[in-house]
Design a protein around this ligand. Structure first.
Ligand code: ZN
Length: 70
């Protein structure tokens, strides 16, 4: 199964999509897939970070906005 959750960065990260740096304090989306997910086709745990720009472009603005308001 896959899961996307919004987090506030505590250290700089790199977006897996556009490769820009996600700054400390910026809200980003963390995607996690458990091993052997049928959609991802992965063998082990799979994680990536997605910056707020890419999240909005992909229709996940609600996740970003909810976390940013908290
Ligand atoms: Zn990005």
């Amino acid at each position: 199964m896959t899961k996307a959750t919004a987090h506030r960065a505590r250290k700089p990260r790199r977006c897996s999509d556009c490769h820009r740096t996600i700054a400390v304090g910026e809200v980003y989306i963390r995607h996690v897939a458990s091993p052997n997910d049928p959609d991802v086709g992965n063998e082990g745990w799979w994680r990536l970070s997605e910056c707020s720009d890419c999240a909005r472009r992909c229709g996940r603005a609600d996740l970003i906005d909810t976390r940013a308001a908290a």
